[in-house]
Design a protein around this ligand. Structure first.
Ligand code: MGD
Ligand code: MGD
Ligand code: SF4
Ligand code: MO
Length: 836
């Protein structure tokens, strides 16, 4: 294990480097004394106790007697006493949020799920299952399943419900929706959906708004997308199978060996092939542990590291001039005084007579041979990259010249002072990136993405790519490495008539707690109240102000307790039809297949959606069943037809077919034509000039930055990361995995010692927004001066409160410039921790 003292050179944690180190006690997985037991005495505000839950669950519902015997998985999982009479094997598709989309082989005995294995007919390279998948036998029959429709009887948030029938529940939902439509209009209803459930038709059918995700996962992509005109997930990536061709791979802000576990083989194969894998992470993550080099940066400072790299490449002329001249905007001329790019025509404007936009014409470059400014296409090979010129009486400089000037303050030494990595290390990575290619920058979505200004990282990354041309070739790329980024096909799309369109929101939904978004009713799918909104205490006030909330979900997760009506849905293993889902990604087409009948009174997603649509008089526009939809999607897909993939073929091939011609990894922009107006890479963002990010400029975080006076009160930066033991809040109900992924607050032993905290102590993490209490765990992998939890713990398993009580909901004022708006900066959070 590493010694933090010698690794840390940043100012933020100077005290730590001098601090006394203490041995880390072994990790112990003590059983939670509440989770699985029925002796809980939770306060009313924290939801139903297990006993209450069973009371409503069992007392009210009919048809539960049979299911009741398998509610508790203890009984269900008891030793088999006799040979099963009826056994079958079903191949089906599992989850996709984990980026696994594994095809599973399920053994079903006497109508019950009995064993889960990887689909052994799939190409071994893609043949996987993880501990979550295996645990589904227990997760599906979990005590935490919502069993029957319920109506709230106590105060909102108290968690008291009575069981009602489906008819009554759907009628109530209909009455409340109609009431809201009459009183405020259709746009007053908002569908708040987690990523996993599939209810794609309701927003259009009901004319309601949906979608909170723009604040999530696009932080870095917001900054990189404008340079290539691609999507905010970083369209510059080659598939990660291409990493075997990469020589220098820089991975930052992602722990992809846990968050993209099923693509781990691409990482390990690359390593075996000799790729140098460099991981930037404040903490010694699983991925850092397997990399060639780990660089522990100060949380939220990656942009400084990349800016230092840019300077090193510029100062040492390690850039690729031919690439820059032909494929980027670096030779374009700008007005030195204003930073405006020169055009052959007038500036952008509107023709006064016609109202049509005026074409400002081509960008200009300096043609050295002619000694004149010409349209860029006229001097592709000869355009000057550097220098300053007189053009029509104006002083003009090239874009590259402008970058060089802008970079002056951002030396490697400056970067060392900000991000904590040594100037030599930054220089070494820069040299390797520029000269040791093919090189690839893989960003995360969970780590550095979730501060206030990750766009600067993405933008600086695109500057590096533009300087070196590390794109469009085998082994090159920039963007998110999570999920592999393979090929997929387009499925047929069931079209609704014209009149059905979702409503548009005036403000993004994560801002509802701050401003009146006109929303009075929420249709909640999954656990978004806990998951999406940072700063839970503020969110709670907004939730309290709502007229009606219907929750549609599988488990007794946090959001349930705020609902007025609860509708239970099935797991992916239960169904009323043979196939409910067909999906295509990561070089495959996968089919979901029914393993067992719906448990309890739960219904499949599709059926619930249909019931609501029927109640609102628009059911006729939907397919009759999910199976009809699956058939439609397959039969109306040109791509599938081309590949000769039909439903019958999929069934014959055990629910999973690899696409044709996918042996070579998918590669992006191989023609080096980008989706920008000039089809070149355009790393200079002229339109961002007013917010001072035309070039990536260093900016401190909102809260977690060195020198923030708040750090005197709240000195620890708080990070939440994914774990291989759950998909966000999903799988918290599986006791087999619970024991490994209990909500704990991990701290470095030095920070525990200075606070008198021992491993296993109950601690409180707090700041001005709120607090939560949970068990402290000593972990030398956690950076001194920080603390960490696995993201998305259910409140009922946390001693008190929820991690979201302390997270930061700051909105970067650059909001309007960013393609999808400012990110939700969950990790840009300072707390103090004390013994509770
Ligand atoms: N098993 C599992 N897989 C998942 C998910 C899941 O819940 N479970 N969720 C999926 C989803 S929706 C997402 S968005 C992705 C996210 O996947 P990732 O982007 O891999 O996010 P995390 O796994 O949270 O890992 C974040 C890493 O960034 C580090 N980090 C924190 N702050 C900084 C920083 O300032 N700089 C740098 N360089 N590193 C930092 C953390 O220590 C951690 O190691 O995972 C997907 N895959
Ligand atoms: N503090 C903090 N908050 C964060 C993050 C962070 O790093 N820190 N990360 C953010 C990120 S990147 C993301 S993507 C979001 C994720 O937030 P969510 O998308 O809300 O993720 P989950 O909690 O996994 O929610 C999935 C829901 O779907 C349900 N579910 C699973 N399978 C099915 C199914 O087949 N049918 C139906 N109907 N339901 C199903 C699960 O029970 C669960 O309620 O969280 C964000 N929240
Ligand atoms: S939860 Fe595990 S088994 Fe299921 S799809 Fe994801 S990685 Fe695969
Ligand atoms: Mo995410």
């Amino acid at each position: 294990m590493h010694e933090w003292g010698s690794l840390i050179s940043g100012r933020f944690f100077r005290a730590v480097a001098n601090g006394r180190r203490r041995a880390v006690r072994g990790r112990c997985f003590r059983r939670d004394n509440r989770g699985g037991e029925m002796t809980g005495t939770q306060s009313a505000s924290r939801g139903l106790t297990r006993r209450d839950f069973l009371k409503v669950g069992v007392a009210g519902a009919t048809g539960l007697a049979a299911a009741g015997s398998m509610t508790g998985c203890g009984a269900w999982l008891g030793a088999a006493t006799q040979q099963a009479a009826d056994e079958k094997t079903v191949y089906t598709l599992h989850q996709f949020m984990c980026t696994g989309r594994c095809s599973l082989k399920c053994t079903v005995r006497d109508g019950r799920l009995a064993m889960i294995q990887p689909n052994d007919t799939v190409d071994p390279y893609y043949r996987h299952v993880c501990v979550k998948g295996i645990s589904e036998i227990q997760h599906v029959y979990s005590d935490e399943r919502l069993q029957s429709p319920m109506r709230r009887v106590g105060a909102r948030g108290e968690g008291s419900f009575e069981v009602i029938s489906w008819d009554e529940a759907i009628k109530t939902v209909g009455d409340e929706l109609r009431k809201a439509w009459d009183k405020y209009g259709k746009q007053s209803v908002y569908m708040s959906a987690s990523n996993e459930p599939r209810f794609s038709f309701l927003p259009a059918l009901l004319g309601c708004a949906t979608g909170v995700e723009p604040g999530i996962d696009r932080g870095t992509g917001n900054g990189s997308a404008p340079a290539i005109g691609g999507d905010v997930f970083g369209g510059g990536t080659n598939e990660t199978r291409d990493w075997v061709n990469t020589k220098t791979l820089v991975i930052s802000g992602t722990n992809l060996l846990e968050s993209s576990m099923m693509q781990s083989n691409t990482f390990l194969d690359a390593k075996k092939a000799g790729c140098e894998i460099i991981v930037l992470d404040p903490h010694f993550s699983t991925t850092a542990g397997k990399a060639s080099k780990w660089i522990p940066v100060i949380p939220g400072t990656d942009a400084a590291f990349y800016l230092g790299m840019v300077s090193y490449i510029l100062d040492n002329k390690l850039y690729n001039e031919a690439y820059m001249r032909e494929h980027t905007s670096f030779p374009f001329l700008m007005d030195e005084a204003t930073g405006k790019l020169l055009r052959t025509g007038a500036a952008w404007g509107t023709d006064e007579k016609t109202g049509e936009p005026v074409d400002p014409g081509d960008f200009m470059v300096w043609d050295g041979a002619k000694g004149a400014a010409v349209p860029y296409a006229e001097a592709v090979a000869t355009a000057a990259l550097e220098g300053s010129f007189d053009v029509d009486g104006k002083k003009a400089i090239t874009v590259l010249e402008s970058l060089k000037r802008n970079q002056r303050p951002y030396t490697c030494e400056w970067a060392e002072g900000v991000c904590g990595a040594s100037a030599e290390t930054i220089a070494e990575v820069a040299r390797k990136y520029a000269t040791g290619g093919p090189a690839y920058l893989a960003f995360g979505q969970g780590g550095s993405d979730k501060y206030s200004n990750p766009d600067i990282i993405g933008h600086a990354g695109m500057v590096l790519v533009s300087l070196t041309g590390n794109i469009g070739k085998p082994g090159c790329g920039i963007g998110h490495g999570i999920g592999g980024g393979g090929y997929s096909v387009t499925l047929g799309e069931w079209e609704l008539p014209e009149q059905f369109k979702p409503a548009e929101l005036d403000i993004r939904s994560d801002r509802f707690p701050d401003r009146d978004g006109g929303v009075h009713v929420v249709i909640s799918l999954g656990n978004t109240f806990q998951q999406y909104w940072a700063n839970m205490n503020k969110t709670r006030e907004w939730i309290d102000s709502l007229d009606f909330i219907v929750h549609i979900g599988m488990y007794y997760e946090d959001t349930v307790k705020y609902a007025d009506i609860v509708l239970p849905v099935c797991s992916k293993f239960e169904d009323t039809v043979e196939h409910s889902i067909v999906r295509s990604d990561y070089n495959h087409v996968n089919l979901q297949t029914k393993c067992i009948d719906p448990l309890f009174e739960s219904k499949p997603d599709f059926d619930v959606m249909r019931l609501i649509a029927e109640e609102m008089g628009v059911g006729e526009y939907l397919p009759k069943t999910a199976e009809e939809l699956v058939r439609y999607q397959i039969e109306h897909s040109e791509d599938l037809a081309e590949q000769g993939i039909t439903l019958a073929e999929l069934e014959k091939n055990h629910g999973s077919m690899k696409m044709a011609d996918v042996d070579e990894p998918r590669r992006a922009y191989t023609d080096l034509k980008f989706e920008t107006p000039t089809t070149r890479m355009e790393p200079y963002y002229e339109a961002w000039k007013p917010c001072e990010q035309a070039w990536p400029n260093w900016e401190e975080n909102n809260e977690a930055y060195v020198g923030n006076p708040l750090a005197e009160k709240y000195p620890l930066q708080f990070t939440q990361t994914r774990t291989r033991f759950s998909n966000h809040s999903h799988f918290k109900a599986a006791k087999w995995v619970q024991q490994f992924a209990k909500p704990t607050l991990e701290l470095n032993p030095v920070d525990m010692a200075s606070r008198g905290i021992a491993d296993g102590d109950l601690v409180e993490a707090f700041n001005d927004r709120g607090s939560f209490k949970c068990v402290a765990r000593a972990n030398n992998a956690v950076r001194p001066g920080s603390c960490r939890t696995w993201e998305a713990g259910w409140s009922k398993y946390i001693e008190e409160g929820n991690t979201q009580n302390v997270t930061n909901d700051h909105v970067n004022p650059r909001d309007e410039y960013l393609p999808t708006g400012a990110p939700i900066p969950y990790n840009d959070t300072l707390v103090e921790v004390k013994k509770a």
